[in-house]
Design a protein around this ligand. Structure first.
Ligand code: DAH
Length: 341
């Protein structure tokens, strides 16, 4: 009997040693310790033994069962530990792997430039005003000292919708709208950013749709030196604090006198290079003192009120600042282009 039991224990331990899997372990458990196991048969046999042998054999069987139970528990623990290790291995984060980049969007160059100009003027106490893109001829031209048949209307090729409405050719009509709104109420100190339209063929430097920011100040005792100081601040903020400006006489119907504003070349600092065509100066925008006819049309007495206006071409400023040589790049929305700025 002893031998049989020893053999069985040996066999059980051997099989248990090879077990790698919980299901298999459970099967072995019932095979060696379950109701139909050989051990159970031994227990049955004990009944038939002579009384004096029963306790001895019983003890032997119990010891053997304990030994197998312990082994089963040991193997069970090993399998569980291995399962946890495997799980951990699967869930480990490999910090050396390249991360997944979340593709973040970015403001377009034109938006960036408009906001840059806005920030400069907000810092000087200006208010932002907007007007409609479909505009009345009255505000786009007539009240800006451009009556019908005025030859200067040819300076801007216009897209008319009806006889009296057109897609605005500039942001200057917002001047008129604001003057009419504020007359007799408060001084005017505004900028008007927005889209404008021209009947132009698109090429490297022209687009049928582009952006402007208009600045307008109308108050008592506003002078050309206020305009010049404002232009200098704007030019230095946009092109660098070392820059100087130069005003050249020009013509716009809505300003008198009118000026063309140049900034000292930010590439060669004014010495002369290909950027400034060896002149040391780069033309950036147009400006002037508000024409008396514009003031009068909006109900202001030009003997009491004066004003100045500035017209920024957003694309021009962006292209100069960033060295962009084809305006069409600003509209194709090619991410390879946009992401450079
Ligand atoms: N409105 C002009 C244009 O589109 C630009 C301009 C020039 C605006 C001079 C102004 C100004 O306010 O004073 O060509």
């Amino acid at each position: 009997m002893q031998e049989k039991i020893n053999l069985l224990v040996k066999k059980a331990i051997e099989e248990l040693n090879h077990t790698k899997d919980m299901n298999e372990l459970m099967l072995l458990k019932s095979k060696f310790l379950g109701k139909k196991s050989e051990f159970n048969q031994f227990m049955q046999e004990i009944k038939n033994l002579p009384n004096e042998e029963k306790p001895k054999v019983g003890q032997m069987v119990n010891l053997a069962k304990n030994e197998i139970s312990q082994k089963i528990n040991e193997v069970k623990r090993q399998i569980e530990e291995e399962q946890i290790l495997n799980q951990l291995k699967k869930e480990t984060i490999d910090i050396s792997l390249p991360g997944k980049k979340f593709p973040l969007g970015k403001k377009h160059v034109i938006t960036q430039t408009i906001e840059e100009i806005e920030d400069i003027f907000i810092g000087l106490g200006y208010e932002i005003k907007e007007g409609p893109e479909q505009e009345q001829d009255l505000y786009n031209f007539e009240m800006l000292n451009l009556p019908k048949d005025h030859p200067a209307r040819d300076m801007q090729d216009s897209l008319y919708i009806s006889e009296d409405t057109l897609l605005r050719t500039h942001t200057s009509p917002v001047q008129v709208r604001t003057l009419l709104e504020y007359v007799g109420k408060k001084p005017v100190k505004i900028i008007a950013p927005g889209r404008v339209y021209r009947k132009d063929d698109d090429d490297q430097t022209h687009s049928h749709q582009f952006h402007q920011v208009e600045a307008l100040v109308v108050d008592k005792k506003t002078s050309l030196s206020d305009l010049k100081g404002t232009l200098l601040i704007a030019a230095q903020k946009l092109f660098g604090s070392e820059r100087q400006i130069r005003l050249r006489p020009s013509y716009f119907p809505f300003t008198e006198p009118s000026v063309e504003v140049d900034v000292s070349c930010y590439v060669c600092s004014g010495k002369g290079c290909s950027m400034c065509k060896e002149t040391g100066w780069i033309e950036i925008l147009g400006a002037g003192m508000v024409n008396n006819n514009v003031l009068k049309a909006a109900g202001y007495d030009p003997d009491l009120y004066q004003g100045f206006a500035i017209g920024f071409g957003v694309e021009r400023i962006a292209m100069l600042k960033l060295g962009i040589d084809d305006i069409r790049n600003l509209y194709t929305n090619d991410l390879r282009f946009n992401s450079q700025f």
